[in-house]
Design a protein. Structure first.
Length: 297
């Protein structure tokens, strides 16, 4: 069996404030950190930040990935900045850059496809040259098939097109989480098996969901009453022991970085109470806090 830390459990931090944030939480036992920018966080001093952060995590954790969340299809500057993240990933000791694929907002998903092929064809070549993998988050950002928002890479239909039609598709994969599938009332487990078998999950977000099936059965999808909530792992509906077992069966050796700040209960003053609970919960689902060696033969 692989070492337990082949799958690390971590959390996320803003890339600009990572050197201030990580020291406050790392001693709780987080094993990896995903550093993200976007929404007004453009280019940063990559080398300076990387040096500071790698000194802080040395011997305790790793930087699992860096990411830039913007709209590269609609905004050429965002595509340029994503390219800079590709160029600078190695300073952080990672080869994974995450983000949104982008979209022509409020247009059908397929209207974005010609620009997707152009923008990500170029960025995938750049990533291949640098030995970097690109992982799209599987979030619909409130968009639909007929009116996309910020990210077309939320649908299995588009994923199959990506793998089949984009040059250097081996560098394209997902930063996957069950929550975003459950929001669409998709059972995430069959999807996980397929993606894990295809080696298309490059890294993961630790985020879950709770579905109020009683509300759906009584009010329906358009009843005007909330029926699903994003949750911190350990408080939602997903069996994370199954998730991690499937990942192990297909040789996944990456990180599950907890994405907090969404839970309707464990937020604000309870944010890090929830995140540390999720850390311990996911570590137990993984098989424990440390690797236990087999007796000698």
């Amino acid at each position: 069996m692989a070492h337990l830390l082949d799958i690390r459990i971590g959390t996320m931090a803003g890339i600009k404030d990572a050197a201030q944030t990580i020291p406050h939480v790392i001693d709780h036992g987080f094993e990896s950190f995903q550093l993200t920018g976007g929404w007004g966080v453009g280019l940063v001093e990559f080398e300076r930040i990387a040096k500071q952060v790698r000194t802080i995590v040395e011997g305790k954790a790793v930087i699992s990935s860096i990411g830039f969340f913007a709209n590269p299809i609609q905004d050429p500057e965002a595509a340029d900045i994503f390219g800079a993240y590709i160029d600078n990933a190695h300073h952080f000791g990672t080869n994974i850059v995450i983000g949104f694929a982008g979209a022509l907002d409020d247009k059908p998903v397929m209207d974005s496809w010609p620009l997707f092929k152009k923008v990500w064809g170029e960025l995938s070549r750049r990533a291949a040259d640098k030995g970097v993998k690109i992982a799209f988050e599987n979030c619909d950002m409130g968009g639909t098939w007929n009116a996309a928002k910020f990210n077309v890479a939320h649908s299995p239909t588009i994923w199959d097109m990506m793998w089949n039609e984009i040059p250097n598709a081996e560098v394209l994969g997902l930063c996957w989480e069950p929550c975003h599938q459950m929001v669409s009332l998709i059972d995430p487990i069959p999807q996980l098996r397929k993606l894990a078998a295809a080696k298309k999950i490059f890294t993961m977000h630790g985020k879950d969901a709770t579905i109020a099936w009683d509300v759906l059965k009584e009010k329906g999808l358009r009843g005007g009453q909330p029926f699903i909530w994003h949750r911190t792992p350990g408080f939602g509906d997903t069996n994370w022991t199954d998730v991690i077992s499937i990942l192990r069966q297909y040789g996944f050796a990456g990180s599950i970085d907890i994405e907090g700040w969404h839970d309707p209960v464990y937020r604000d003053d309870l944010e890090w109470t929830g995140q540390v609970h999720a850390l311990k919960y996911l570590q137990q689902c993984r098989g424990g806090l440390k690797h236990i060696a087999n007796p000698p033969k």
